[in-house]
Design a protein. Sequence first.
Lengths: 497, 531
Amino acid sequence: MSPNLFALLPEIVLTIAGVLVMVAEPLLPAQSSRKPLGWLAILGTALSAVAAFIQHRAVDAAGAPMMGFYRTIQIDNLSVFFHLLIASIVLVVLLASLDYFEGPVSHAGEYYALLCFGATGMMLMSCSVELLMVFIGLEISSISTYILAGFRKGQATASESALKYFLLGSFATAFTLYGIALAFGATGSTSIAVLATMLHSSNTPLIARLAVAMMLIGMGFKVSAAPFHVWTPDVYQGAPSPVVAMMSTAPKAAVYAVLLRLLFNGAPQLRGEWLVLIQFFAVLSMFIGNLGALLQKDVKRMLAYSSIAHAGYLLTAFASFQQDAVAAACFYTAAYASMNVGAFLVLTQLTGYNENLRTLNDYTGVARKRPLLSALLGFFLLSMIGIPFTAGFFAKFYAFSAALRGGFSWLVILGLLNSGFACFYYLRLLIALYSSPASEIAEPSSTRPSIAATLALAACALATVGLGIMPGRLLHLLQRSAPITLQEQPGNSASLQ
Amino acid sequence: MESINHWILTIILLTPLAGAILLSLLPERDGSKLHAVSALAITLLTFLFTLHLPSHYNYAASGFQFEQNVSWIASPSIRYHLGVDGLSVWLIVLAGILAPIGVLTSWNTIKSRSKLFYTLFLLQQVAMLGIFVALDLFLYYGFWELSLVPMALLIATFGRTENRRKAAIKFFLFAFIPSALLLVGMIWLYNRTGTFDLPVLTQLAAQHAISPSAHALWWCALAFLVAFAVKVPIFPLHGWLSDAVQEAPTAAVMVLAGKLGLYSILRFSFGIFPDQSHAIAPLLIALGAIGIVYGALLALVQTDLKKLAAFSTLSHVSFIVLGAFSFTVLSLNGSVYQILNESLIGAALFTLLGLLYERYGTYDMRDYGGLATKHPWMVTMFVIMSLAAAGLPLMNGFVGEFLILSGTMHSLVDHHILWCILGTTGVIFGAAYMLTMIQRIFYGSLGRRSTEVAGWDLTSREHLELWPLALLFLIMGVASPYWMKAIDTYATQTMHQPQKLFSSDTKQMETTTYSSSVPVKMPVAASEEVR
């Protein structure tokens, strides 16, 4: 196989699967079940994960990252990690939504295809080392997600959600593009590697700093970091729960991959400048996320604010400029994905397509009717609080230790105090689940989860427990992948301790 | 036998955990006692296993026994390190015996959702046992946080009044936010030393090798102390106690306050930060003495029985704080012993109050009166319990309080004597509120509820949960050396750390002192060793 094709193998497999789903959709009779299309998409996602794994073996065997397409695509352990993570998220979401779209929706085929295309874009982002390639990936993933956000057609909130996401998202994308243009103007190239060498000179032009700042704004929007978070609650509230499960984790993971490459590989010389911005985003996200979540009555909005807060925790890891920062950030994305996807998939099961459970009051006493699902949701909430022996704990632990090693104790203390506030609203939901029902108006959906959905939920729960009990394995893998990303910067990474 | 000794702590941890999983799988039917019976069997089995520890404990040796130490996570270096020493050996047995008593007290009060209740109760026990046996700081922190969740859910789900959700969240926040600071301290320590292992850290601390910056070390020590102090609670951090005690079901109240926080102070604050603990001792002694009197005075004016019990708990744990921070072998012995006493007496008090509530449906003292003729057995139990709590000689409370107060008196006589005197007045107030309570409930004219409701005397199940406690009060009052021989190894070892000069001396003095319960003239030098 040509090295170019091999470098994009997972993306190619996913694209083929998506196109096949699109082609097969009109061939099926109008009233027939769309499940086979779902299975086709699942097969494609699984195959792309396998392809990513083959790449991992090849990279390990070669001992060096593989380049493709004129050095715009780089396959190393970091990109393999994000490929696998994105494939797993999409796989689990697909499994859980097989039954979600049975019945009320006749166009479910689009949904499966869009998930495949979205994942393609995200994977492309995570392996691009060239800014325009990043932009293409970003656009592919964003456009798919805009459509998915409004997938419950006919509902006002869904249209609001999609439109808001689209308008603000395009605005943010424009910022990113403007940043890329400025970077090209400053250095004459859009390659991250060239960026790093060009910025080596001592007098960095103002325009280059502006470029990095612009790109940070665009990326900050995508990971819903404050102050670019305003879209998050509305979009999460209106979008279907399985879609939220995907879009709150997978695109963010891809953007973090880009951020890691851009900041640590491309602009280490500007660390002094971007670090200020990152710290600002981190602190603001933690406070706005947690304080915002405290005020929410709607559960999905509350989880939206919680995801803003989690973006803040994750960004604290960037404060350290060492290998462990990369590993900590990657670990955080994986841990956050396992628990957040899990939580939203439980919501999917509890509320059904119509999402008749909305506020905290509606969730009161649900544990009596659906004990297992409630216990599972409770477990994911505990993981988000950061109770030990769950993924969320080690995620925060590694992120904060990285920051502490970087010498940012104040950031860590703010972060931990924030996780103290945060436990209030998670706990409020958890306790509501187990209280006596206050109102009998809202009934949780009574359909039993299908085998596929059960499998998806079990996978999330296992991942959350696994990362909580044996985080060492993944972390070891990540640390092995980190040096490739991170070039030694003796001047900057000088131990502050 | 060797392999049993090696695995016993893991077995003790796993039994309730496996029980909790088993219980969550058993089918639930309203009115069935299946879960209660299984929980009782599991807790009794766990208790049986905990008894293995004192019976095979090597009293001649100091340091940790029954150790299990394997690597768990490579980075950061976290070990599955369990072990028991003189401090924890009886606390584990205490946790073991409180659990079946807790199940028995919940027998009739938990009518619906018994599956959830007993599952959470067993998980709570796992966390508590884990706290007592974990020697890896990180593992310990895991159990520490884990202990909060089942407790918060127990309060929120099985609380008495409509206020329960608020009380549960208050409890959780009060414990969780300071423990976030504890985590910062832990990570900081790890970054300094590269280890979470307590024995290693203790050794480093003794060599002053943790950090050159005394300033940073101070902050770290404070983070630890505050997190523990909230959990104890030490005055003035007791804001959560009254609400949580009011709401929590009897079985949960028994393990709510006191031992976890106190044990953590004795183990971790004293172990890793000996110098800082000594330096801050005057403040803590003052807070302890104030807490004793403050708690007792508040208990004196309550009309709500649960509030009274909550403030009496505050008063009792303050005694232990006073003793622990006096840093004499005598007072440390007394403090550890008093942790056992306080927990057992508290268990008896809350059980008895629960029985009253079960019969009459109120905790308001003004509704009671003249019950002595109706319930002769119950009043007997109440009197035994309150005499133990008030520290009547021959009862266990006396031994603990006496050792604490005399130890405090000996330590640095010139500084602490006033606080010691203030604390001693707490004994008087303690007797006052306990006896007032009994007088108001059982004697005098018949109260409103006492006449309206028929009520009944103790049933055989209730006898079963109270007699072991009553007998223990008496046995622990007259045969304290049996417990002290283990506790003493911890106390003498802790006191050796700063200075090894008086080892043989204090040891000898100690053996004579506690067994006779008669104050022995203590060499002034031994009390000066603190500094």
